[in-house]
Design a protein around this ligand. Structure first.
Ligand SMILES: [Zn+2]
Length: 170
């Protein structure tokens, strides 16, 4: 197996394990806040700016709705060789309410296509489509993101360049 694929598998396992540990520990829905950053540079300064914007957007939405939350964990870098910014919030509200809020942010915020806001319960993750979301759209074109990813429609350089420009607007 090639090294990149190994790293990706480790990363996905580590993320899934981490989230289920937190759910078992707290028994509350958890929001995992991260950004869709392609390639290995998930902790570049521009990536951090995008991540902070996602974090602050979720925090203000929860505060606006008077939903109590506690930040339970940040970063995954000690568990995997692909480091990235990720924040888990334990939330005192119904998972469905939180998911609807997160889908609204992903659909309406100018950088929403970059944000990845997953809501987990002990039953797994809640589906975007069931909570008013469309298929995720690519941030460069308006095609569905998984199609662009599958056909490698855009080069890594092109995607990164786009994200850097977006981060500069913050
Ligand atoms: Zn595209």
């Amino acid at each position: 197996m090639n090294e990149n694929l190994m790293a990706l598998l480790n990363y996905r396992d580590a993320k899934a394990a981490l989230i289920s540990e937190q759910i078992n520990k707290y028994g509350k829905p958890i929001i995992a806040i991260r950004c869709n950053i392609p390639g290995p540079e998930k902790k570049a300064p521009w990536a951090e700016k995008l991540y902070k914007e996602a974090l602050e957007t979720v925090e203000s939405a929860l505060e606006r709705e008077n939903i109590a939350y506690v930040s339970v964990l940040e970063v995954l870098s000690d568990r995997t060789i692909i480091p990235e910014y990720i924040q888990l919030f334990k939330v005192d509200a119904d998972a469905r309410t939180i998911k609807s809020l997160c889908v609204q942010i992903e659909e309406l915020h100018p950088l929403g296509r970059i944000f990845d806001l997953d809501v987990y319960t002990h039953l797994g993750t809640l589906s975007r489509i069931e909570y008013g979301g469309s298929d995720r759209l690519c941030y460069l074109c308006d095609n569905r993101a998984f199609e662009c990813a599958r056909s490698r429609e855009h080069s890594l350089e092109e995607l990164i360049q786009f994200l850097i420009l977006k981060a500069e607007t913050l």
